[in-house]
Design a protein around this ligand. Sequence first.
Ligand code: NAP
Length: 199
Amino acid sequence: MKLGVMGGTFDPVHYGHLVVAEGVRYEYRLDKVVFVPAGRPPHKLNYPISDPEHRLALTRLAVASNSFFEVSDLEIKRPGPSYTYDTIREMHRIYHPEEIYFITGADAVLEILSWHRVEELLKICRFIAATRPGHNLDNLTGKLRALPAQLIDHIVPVEVPALAISSSDIRRRVREGRPIKYLLPESEEAYIADAGLYK
Ligand code: NAP
């Protein structure tokens, strides 16, 4: 099987993420895409993010209508910083896929040289780095030059119009009392209101 692993803080997950996951699933003929809300993102240890239980619940609501999508609480349950290398190793152990495609934001991938065991990570999965059209990808290609040539090929940038939606904009809108309708599934909108998130 070919497995997609969708990694992100997902605070909250929105239609931009869902469009990315579905597009990559179709293009790469993936059998399933597992969304993995980050437990403690290593680069955000001193940065306020919503409780993992809320991010997990929102992600579960968001993927409910797509039978190709699943959610894993693997990073949330694992103590310590959430290294992608550990997650992909665990995904190989659980699913025994022929290939794993790790899907995340191009801005996150920009920092990949500082990631835990990056060269080993790129040997056990391929990266799909999603960004919005017109966003400058030169920075990414420039940074990747520091990697061995055969590993650079393991990172594919894709442009996704729906990524104009962002989690930070949704949080700001809630804080300012502006609408978030049509930016994420209605079930999430109701959950955010009930739980009083992002106020
Ligand atoms: P981030 O810095 O919050 O996000 C950077 C950009 O990418 C934002 O514009 C974000 O938009 C977008 N983005 C994030 N996830 C996305 C996805 N799955 N699809 C499309 N766009 C996405 O990044 P992050 O969410 O904290 O981290 C991304 C992933 O990289 C996580 O799985 C994290 O654990 C992993 N990571 C691993 C290491 C490591 O192993 N050392 C280090 C850093 C990150 P939104 O805000 O709208 O999502």
